[in-house]
Write a new protein. Structure first.
Length: 425
């Protein structure tokens, strides 16, 4: 890792399309007086001499500096300069790289390396643009060797695109952190993220439920690793009759108290009641009481024995159905973008690109113009559509959008797009 201070000399797969690294004297000449394209291509060499990469970190052309920011061979001192660059895309590329580098640091690393790397990280985690902070949050959401204060700062960020990844996954957030964050008024997607955490403790579950946020309560119920007390189950059951969207998640929990089982049997559908009976068939007395409840409901006329589960398809189910039916077209994606159906678009891109769902989610969560353009290309969409998805999914500013060539094509080569996507696997 020490060579990251002076330039990474580890053998890496060469970026396509840049050719062989020129001799040192030629490289110096290009750095001093070469064209933008020549400097950009030279800056992409991961084994380029550190002093030249450092020189490029202050190049007048942002395209050159972006290559330096993306280059894993760039010295950390140059990364520190780039962390304060006035070009958004430069900082975005650097955020991706530094976010992937930090988890590789360990106790054996040189102290100076760690110090500089964390300084770069701290600058990016404080970036004025939510998009940059979101990239850091996404990259570090599962890291265990990041300073606690940086993770806590990201978790408390007012922008959900920043806070959600660490709130859902970071192992560095303890119970006290989560309770304090919830107490400050956490809501919507951020609260749901906490509800989805692995092995959520009873106090945190109680705090989530007490907010009264329906989506967060549903997320807790769907989280099989969440610890829910009998008292909280009772509270949820009291509210659940008017919350049909909770019914399925409640029925299929393995830790329902008998009192809760009987309570929800009094209002869920016939199909879900049968599921309750099947899931509790080892308890003969409980099954007998459940069947009695079913008979009483039928006699009252509030339950049809063969009632079918209804309701709209989820975004994933709808995208899957459209794909299988041959109607998941570019026009359908554009309509979804216009209507704000972002979840549908994510799943649609998964089916069209054949990239795993979680990988598509990670790509989109970076909010990077380049990343969204790459997955749009893989999905077979036109570049004009990719521009719309940059706006809708990434909230990319007009000045940072990647736009079509004059002929309407992708401005990035297929080889580079493929190479970029591979970095997410």
């Amino acid at each position: 890792m020490l060579n990251w201070v002076f330039g990474n000399k580890k053998k890496r797969r060469k970026k396509p399309g840049i050719g062989s690294k020129p001799a040192y004297e030629v490289a110096r000449e290009i750095a001093g007086s070469g064209s933008v394209d020549e400097r950009k291509k030279l800056a992409a060499h991961q084994d380029l001499e550190p002093e030249i990469l450092y020189f490029f970190s202050t190049d007048e052309e942002p395209e050159v500096r972006r290559e330096v920011a993306e280059n894993v061979g760039t010295p950390l001192q140059a990364d520190l300069i780039l962390s304060k660059d006035n070009d958004e895309e430069v900082r975005a590329e650097l955020a991706h790289k530094i976010g992937r580098m930090i988890p590789e640091l360990n106790s054996d690393e040189n102290e100076k390396v760690t110090e500089i790397a964390l300084e770069v990280l701290d600058v990016l985690a404080n970036d004025e643009l939510p998009r940059i902070r979101a990239i850091i949050s996404e990259e570090l959401k599962k890291a265990s060797n990041v300073p606690h204060d940086i993770i806590l700062r990201l978790a408390e960020d007012l922008e959900e695109i920043v806070s959600v990844p660490v709130l859902e996954y970071s192992p560095l957030l303890n119970e006290r952190d989560l309770l304090e964050i919830i107490a400050r008024g956490l809501k919507s997607r951020a609260l749901i993220a906490v509800a989805r955490r692995e092995a959520v403790s009873e106090p945190v579950v109680d705090a989530v439920v007490e907010t009264g946020d329906g989506g967060a309560v549903q997320a807790v119920l769907e989280n099989k690793s969440a610890s829910i007390s009998d008292r909280t189950f009772d509270h949820i059951a009291e509210e659940a009759e008017g919350r049909k969207e909770w019914h399925n998640a409640m029925v299929y929990r393995d830790d329902l108290p008998i009192k809760t089982v009987m309570r929800i049997a009094s209002f869920v559908s016939a199909a879900l009641t049968e599921a309750l009976i099947s899931r509790n068939k080892g308890d003969k007395k409980l099954v007998e009481n459940l069947r009695k409840t079913v008979r009483q409901r039928i006699e009252r006329g509030d339950l049809e024995p063969k009632e079918k589960e209804g309701g709209k398809l989820t975004a994933f189910e709808q995208a899957e159905a459209d794909f299988n039916g041959g109607v998941l077209t570019e026009e359908r994606i554009l309509k979804a973008a216009k209507d704000g159906e972002n979840a549908y678009i994510r799943y649609g891109l998964h089916f069209l690109s054949d990239i795993p769902r979680d990988t598509v989610a990670r790509i989109i969560n970076t909010a990077s113009a380049k990343a969204i353009t790459a997955v749009s290309w893989k999905a077979g969409l036109a570049m004009e559509t990719a521009v719309e998805l940059q706006k809708v999914l990434g909230k990319v500013s007009s000045g940072s959008l990647i736009r079509p060539t004059s002929s309407g094509d992708y401005p990035i080569s297929e080889e580079d797009l493929e190479w970029y996507l591979e970095s997410f696997f």
